[in-house]
Design a binder for this molecule. Structure first.
Ligand SMILES: Nc1ncnc2c1ncn2[C@@H]1O[C@H](COP(=O)(O)OP(=O)(O)OP(=O)(O)O)[C@@H](O)[C@H]1O
Length: 598
C-alpha cells in the first residue's frame, strides 16, 4: 500500500514495462524450440486451426439447407444432415482436445515459472533478505504460489483464442472483402480499432487495482496463517475477539478494494458487451450495402437468401474474431496485473541475488591465493561495526577478535544490544557497516553450524529433523547412521519421542511445532548438532527452555564431541562452560574478558 502511494513508485499499467516483463516470462515458459511447452503449443495451434476449418464448414451449412429446402431435394437433404452431424462430432472432439491441451499447457507453464522463481528464491540467502529485510515487495509467498497459478490459468484460457486469431482474421478479412467489398472490410476494421482504443483506456486503472487487490489478498491470508501458527499462544491470551476484529479488518480492506475493482470493471464490461452487440448489427449493415447498391438485383429470392446467409456468416465471423479479442480485455487486465507482480518479484530477487553474489566474491574462502589465517580459526573480526537495518545507531563499534578452535566464547548483554545481530553478521545475513568479518572455515558439518534462537523444524520424518539441513543421510553409513541417530536422541533425552512417533521414518502429517514442547524442540536441535558434529557450534540461547542440569549435560556432550562453542545467553550458569566472555554494553560499546586461565 505504502509503496503504491509513494509518488516515486510507478503504478503498474498496460505499458511498455508490462510488455518487457511479459516477454521475459514468455522466455521462461518457452525456453527452447524443443521444449515440451512449445510442442504442446504447436499441437494446440494445429487443433485450433482444424476447429476453424470445421467451423467454417458448419457455418456454410445453413445456406446449403436454404438451397436444398427451396429445391425440395430429399436425397441432397439426407446427405447434408449426415454431413452436418459428422462435422458436429468432429468439432466437439477437437474442441475438447483444445481444452485438454490448454489445461496441460497450464500445468507445464506453472511448473516452469514456479521452478524458475524457486531457483532464485532459494539461492544463497535471497529468501531471508526478501522476507525479513526487503520492504519493497509484499507477500512473496503469495506471488509464487497464487499469482503464478492465476497467470498460467488465464494465459492458457487465452492461448487458443490468441493463437488462432491471426489466421482467422486474415482468412475472414479476405472472404469479407470478396463478399462485401472494401467498404465492409474497412468499416469492420475501423470498428475494431475504435473498440481497442476504448478498451485500452478502460483497462488502465484496472491493472493497478488488481495488483493492489492481490496484495491485500496476501495480507489477509497471512493473517490467517499467523493465527494458525500461533493458535496456542493466542488462545492463552483469549485473543479470539481481538484477532477476530483484526482479521475482519483485513477482510474489509480486501473487499472494499475488490468492490472498487468491480466498479472499474463494470465500465469495461459495458464497453465489451456494447461492442459485442453493436458488432452483430454492423454485420447486417455491411451486408446491406451491396444489396441496396443493387449488386444482387438479378438473383431469385432463394439465391439471395442463400447468399445473404453465406455473406452474413463471413462478416459475422470476422466481427466475432474481433469481439473475441476485445472480450479478452478482462483476461488481459488480469494477465497484466499478475505479470507485474511476478515481474516485480523476479527483478527484486535478481537484484538481491546479484548483490549477494558480489558480496560473496569478497569472501576470502573463495579467493585463489592461500589465506594467511591459521587453520584452527573460524572467524576473524577486524574493527567490525554493525547496526540494525532500520536504525542509524551502531549496535557494536570496532570489534576486533578471533574465534579459534578450543576457545569457547560466551556472548552476553542486555536485550537488544545486538547479540543475535552479531551472529547475523557472522553468518553474512546482515552487512557490516565498517571493518571486516571473515569466516575462515566452511559452513556445515565439518565447519560451523548455527542453532538459531527459534528452533527450526522442517516438515518430514523424525530422521529428516535430525539430519537437517542435509538432504539425505550419508549414503554409505546405512544402519550405522540409524544407530548414531538413536544414540543422540537418547543422549538429548528424546528416546520417548521415537516410540511416540513410531520410528525414524514414520511419515507424519502434523506440524512439529504443535506436537513438541519448546524444551523438546531445543533437545531435538541438539540431537541434530551431535549428528552433524561441526567443529564450531554457534548456540543462540539454545538451552533457554531447559533446566540448568540438562544444559550442563548437553554442553558437556558438545565438548566431548570436539566442538568449540560460541554461545549467546543470559544465564549466569553458562559462564562455567566457556573460556572467554564478550559483553555487549549497548551504544557500540563492548568488552572482552577471560573466564578461565589458559
Ligand atoms: N529484521 C530486523 N529488522 C530491523 N531491526 C531488527 C531486525 N532484527 C533485529 N532488529 C533490531 O536490532 C536490535 C538488536 O537485535 P538482536 O536480535 O541482536 O538483539 P539481542 O541482543 O540478541 O536481544 P535478545 O537478548 O532479546 O535476544 C534490536 O533493537 C532489534 O529490534
Amino acid at each position: 500500500m505504502q509503496a503504491m502511494k509513494n509518488s516515486g513508485v510507478r503504478r503498474p499499467k498496460l505499458d511498455w514495462r508490462f510488455v518487457q516483463r511479459f516477454c521475459r516470462i514468455l522466455k521462461i515458459l518457452f525456453p527452447s524450440w524443443s521444449n515440451q511447452s512449445v510442442r504442446m503449443f504447436l499441437t494446440l495451434l494445429g487443433v485450433t486451426l482444424s476447429v476453424q476449418l470445421v467451423i467454417y464448414q458448419v457455418g456454410l451449412i445453413p445456406s446449403q439447407f436454404y438451397e436444398v429446402l427451396s429445391e425440395k431435394n430429399y436425397g441432397k437433404f439426407k446427405n447434408l444432415v449426415l454431413f452436418a452431424v459428422m462435422l458436429i462430432l468432429i468439432n466437439s472432439t477437437l474442441k475438447s482436445l483444445d481444452q485438454y491441451i490448454s489445461s496441460l499447457l497450464y500445468v507445464s507453464w506453472r511448473k516452469s515459472l514456479t521452478e524458475e522463481l524457486h531457483r532464485t528464491y532459494f539461492k544463497g540467502r535471497v529468501y531471508y533478505t526478501l522476507n525479513v529485510l526487503c520492504k519493497d515487495i509484499d507477500n512473496p509467498d503469495q506471488r509464487i504460489s497464487q499469482d503464478v497459478e492465476r497467470l498460467c490459468k488465464q494465459m492458457s484460457t487465452m492461448a487458443s483464442r490468441l493463437l488462432i486469431s491471426p489466421f482467422t482474421v486474415t482468412y475472414y478479412t479476405y472472404q469479407c472483402f470478396n463478399s462485401a467489398g472494401w467498404i465492409g472490410f474497412v468499416s469492420i476494421f475501423g470498428y475494431f480499432v475504435v473498440g481497442s482504443i476504448l478498451n485500452k483506456i478502460l483497462i488502465g486503472p484496472i491493472v493497478s487495482m488488481l495488483v493492489e487487490q492481490e496484495k491485500l489478498e496476501g495480507d489477509f491470508r497471512f493473517k490467517h496463517m499467523q493465527i494458525r501458527v500461533n493458535a496456542e499462544a493466542a488462545a492463552f491470551y483469549r485473543a479470539g475477539k481481538v484477532e477476530h476484529m483484526r482479521t475482519d479488518r483485513r477482510l474489509q480492506m480486501l473487499l472494499s478494494t475488490q468492490r472498487s475493482l468491480m466498479n472499474k470493471e463494470l465500465w469495461l464490461y459495458i464497453g465489451v458487451n456494447t461492442f459485442d452487440y453493436l458488432g452483430s448489427i454492423l454485420s447486417y449493415i455491411v451486408i446491406a450495402i451491396p444489396i441496396f447498391a443493387g449488386d444482387y438485383d438479378g438473383l431469385t429470392p432463394g439465391e439471395l437468401s442463400a447468399l445473404v446467409s453465406k455473406n452474413a456468416f463471413v462478416c459475422i465471423y470476422l466481427i466475432n474474431c474481433f469481439t473475441q479479442l476485445i472480450d479478452l480485455s478482462t483476461t488481459v487486465s488480469d494477465v497484466a496485473g499478475y505479470t507485474h507482480r511476478i515481474g516485480e518479484l523476479r527483478e527484486v530477487m535478481a537484484d538481491i541475488a546479484k548483490k549477494q553474489c558480489e558480496q560473496d566474491q569478497y569472501d576470502p574462502l573463495s579467493k585463489d591465493e592461500p589465506y594467511s589465517v591459521p587453520a584452527d580459526t573460524a572467524f576473524v573480526l577486524d574493527r567490525l561495526s554493525y547496526k540494525s537495518p532500520v536504525s542509524e545507531e551502531l549496535l557494536v563499534k570496532d570489534l576486533t577478535l578471533k574465534i579459534s578452535q578450543g576457545t569457547h566464547m560466551l556472548v552476553v548483554g542486555n536485550t537488544g544490544t545486538g547479540k543475535t545481530s552479531l551472529l547475523r553478521v557472522l553468518n553474512g545475513l546482515w552487512e557490516a557497516c565498517n571493518g571486516s568479518v571473515e569466516m575462515t572455515t566452511c559452513f556445515g558439518p565439518r565447519g560451523v553450524l548455527f542453532l538459531p534462537q527459534k528452533a527450526y523444524l522442517t516438515d518430514g520424518t523424525l530422521r529428516e529433523q535430525v539430519i537437517y539441513p542435509l538432504k539425505d543421510i550419508y549414503p554409505s553409513s546405512g544402519s550405522i547412521d540409524d544407530e548414531r541417530i538413536l544414540k543422540y536422541l537418547e543422549l538429548v533425552g528424546l528416546s520417548n519421542l521415537l516410540s511416540r512417533i513410531g520410528g525414524l521414518d514414520t511419515k507424519v502429517d502434523w506440524n512439529w511445532y504443535d506436537v513438541l514442547s519448546p524444551g523438546e524442540m531445543q533437545r531435538l536441535c541438539f540431537a541434530r548438532l551431535f549428528y552433524l558434529q561441526p567443529k564450531y557450534a554457534v548456540l543462540d540461547e539454545a538451552t533457554s527452555a531447559l533446566t540448568e542440569e540438562a544444559e550442563g549435560q548437553l554442553y558437556k556432550a558438545c565438548k566431548q564431541l570436539g566442538m568449540t562453542l560460541i554461545s549467546l545467553g543470559h544465564r549466569s550458569t553458562l559462564k562455567k562452560h566457556h573460556d572467554i566472555m564478550l559483553r555487549l554494553c549497548g551504544g557500540g560499546q563492548w568488552e572482552l574478558t577471560k573466564l578461565k586461565e589458559a
